[in-house]
Ligand binder design. Structure first.
Ligand SMILES: [Zn+2]
Length: 342
């Protein structure tokens, strides 16, 4: 996403307001921990905050705190946008799963005493902060405890609970919440020009996470997975044991994404249940599949549909508990077949 500035960010208004008020009043803390699940917008919020603080025009242009935003055209903004601002440091790490003490020393602790080059602040952005090992966190602690007045540290994390309490207690912690479906719908139809029915399906799949929606809208393997899952839903009632085993084998080939298959199944059978209860097409996620939804809603009882929804949750729990993959999936598909005969 090439969104820039607070004004381009969808949702998260409370957190943005908090940061803008701090920036406008000059009462910016030395360390923030921005948390929220992967894809929810942590980086966008942190970058917008950093860029607004570094911008040469933001303070002049803002008549009220909610106007405090990067201008995107001054030389500082241009440098920040091209990832070329000497006072905005993004901490990077070599190994995928760990930020080492050496990396924190070299990129943060060892440079923080050097005054900013051109701005009045020096800002460190640490994505995936939970990947700092204990020594790395301890090395960072001193900087967070007694930072030079110009320093600002922005930690981003999808699992803040794995940070040391000593680090967490010294940060202002801001949690990004899931967005309402309608905000995601609006983005998908407005910015990405998707048709309504597709935007509706994707925003429901996204569960409040814009990054997940954009991924699902643009990733070809997702579209393929969705079509295969709907194909399964269409044909499951007439599959024999061997065909079910084959379907499971195909899901297993792509097992890292099995949660997406389960999410899609859950969305589908919730639709069937919802239609059975209300007979309303407008509310459905898969409204363009209305004929099949009608047939299945007629063929299955409320209890049977509930049984399917429970089985999907059970399958997810079994997979998390490392129950045999084939077994967990076969039990699920057999249960769906048994309870929904259309
Ligand atoms: Zn600017």
């Amino acid at each position: 996403m090439i969104a820039r500035g607070f004004r381009s960010i969808i949702g998260h208004k409370d957190v943005i307001r908090h940061l803008q008020t701090a920036a406008a009043s000059g009462r910016v803390s030395h360390a923030y921990l921005i948390s929220g699940e992967p894809g929810c917008g942590k980086t966008m919020v942190a970058e917008a905050f950093a860029e607004a603080l570094l911008c040469e025009q933001a303070a002049v242009r803002a008549k009220t705190p909610e106007q405090f935003d990067a201008c995107l055209s001054c030389s500082s903004c241009k440098k920040a946008i091209s990832d070329n601002h000497p006072d905005l440091i993004r901490v990077i790490h070599e190994k995928p799963n760990v930020i080492s003490v050496g990396e924190i020393r070299q990129q943060v602790v060892g440079t923080v005493e050097i005054r900013p080059y051109s701005a009045s602040r020096k800002i460190y952005l640490i994505p995936e902060a939970e990947k700092m090992n204990e020594q790395a966190q301890n090395a960072l602690l001193k900087t967070i405890e007694e930072p030079p007045e110009y320093a600002l540290i922005l930690l981003l994390s999808s699992s803040p609970e794995s940070l040391l309490p000593t680090i967490r207690s010294r940060c202002v912690e801001l949690n990004l919440h899931p967005l309402p479906d309608r905000d995601i719908m609006e983005y998908l139809t407005g910015e990405m020009h998707l048709p309504d029915y597709e935007a509706k399906m994707l925003s429901s799949f996204a569960q409040g996470n814009l990054g997940r929606a954009v991924y699902a809208a643009t990733d070809e393997t997702f579209a393929e997975r969705k079509n295969k899952t709907l194909g399964l839903v269409r044909t499951l009632h007439c599959l024999d044991t061997a065909s079910i085993a084959e379907a499971v084998r195909l899901i297993k080939e792509d097992r890292a994404k099995v949660d997406e298959v389960l999410d899609l199944l859950l969305m589908w059978y919730r639709d069937v249940l919802l239609y059975k209860a209300t007979k309303e097409i407008d509310q459905l996620i898969f409204s363009n599949e209305i004929i099949l939804i009608q047939d299945q809603a007629k063929a299955a009882s409320y209890e049977e549909l509930q049984e399917i929804l429970t089985a999907i949750d059970r399958c997810r729990l079994r997979l998390r508990a490392n129950v045999n993959f084939e077994l967990a999936l076969e039990l699920l598909l057999e249960c769906i077949k048994e309870n929904c005969n259309a």
